[in-house]
Design a protein around this ligand. Structure first.
Ligand code: HEM
Ligand code: HEM
Length: 187
């Protein structure tokens, strides 16, 4: 358990440390305005992380699900980092701050989901070894529904919580971006 949970906990803590350091660095070199544009870049990274959903729904047909999940995690992590730096230290508007809080929550929840996926993969690998079935590393472990696995059920429960939080996040982001384009003088 520690072997699986520790790297994910460190990854989450590293995200916060990296955001604080990057923001500090931008202020030190007198370039804090870059943070404003990191909002667009971060949004692009997070949007690209939805490639994983497209792969799962077979809208994208090529590439292993495993690879797409790795890209999803990396794009989500980098996107969140950029958005936290974009949020900066000023506090003027509640709505975008709610969006940032939700994004941090979704990323934390993503780490928990990753823990469950890794645990499930490990269980499937061991069960396949026991039964002598060859293990395909690129296969989606959830397709093996015949494993009556507690972890698989936990993953389903996790998804039932994760997806509504993602929906609220998307709504808040959309409101923030729309209000920026309505009210901001970009000159
Ligand atoms: C296309 C994407 C985005 C654009 C164009 C954008 C643009 C902006 C702009 C122009 C500001 C004001 C900056 C300033 O006062 O210097 C701002 C502030 C902020 N944005 Fe964004 N943003 C984007 C995405 C996001 C996302 C996805 C989040 C959160 C999930 C977010 C959270 C915030 C926060 C927390 C602030 C600070 C609000 C405050 O001053 O209290 N932004 N954004
Ligand atoms: C703001 C960032 C993120 C957003 C918006 C996001 C969004 C999502 C969404 C919508 C899903 C459901 C995919 C589907 O079944 O179609 C999902 C699943 C998942 N995410 Fe994220 N995520 C983010 C960050 C992360 C990070 C950083 C990680 C890894 C550390 C991660 C790990 C996972 C895992 C393991 C799943 C479940 C995989 C599965 O259902 O097969 N996510 N995420």
């Amino acid at each position: 358990m520690i072997q699986r949970a520790l790297p994910l906990t460190l990854s989450w803590m590293l995200l916060i440390a990296a955001a604080i350091s990057l923001d500090y660095l931008l202020h030190r070199v007198d370039l804090p305005w870059i943070g404003r544009y990191l909002g667009v870049a971060g949004t692009a990274f997070v949007a690209s992380s939805f490639g994983y959903s497209a792969r799962k729904k077979k809208i994208v047909q090529k590439g292993s699900v495993r690879l797409f999940l790795r890209l999803h995690c990396n794009a989500g992590w980098i996107g969140t980092l950029m958005i936290v730096v974009h949020s900066g230290i000023h506090f003027n508007a509640l709505l975008p701050w709610m969006a940032t809080l939700f994004m941090m929550t979704v990323t934390a929840s993503g780490h928990i989901g990753q823990y469950l996926v890794r645990k499930l993969r490990e269980e499937v690998r061991i069960k396949k070894m026991e039964t002598g079935i060859e293990n395909d590393r690129n296969e989606d472990p959830e397709r093996e529904h015949y494993w009556d696995s507690v972890t698989l059920k936990a993953l389903e429960k996790w998804r039932a919580i994760h997806m509504p939080i993602v929906s609220v996040l998307l709504a808040l982001c959309l409101l923030h971006i729309l209000s920026v384009f309505f009210f901001l003088n970009w000159r």
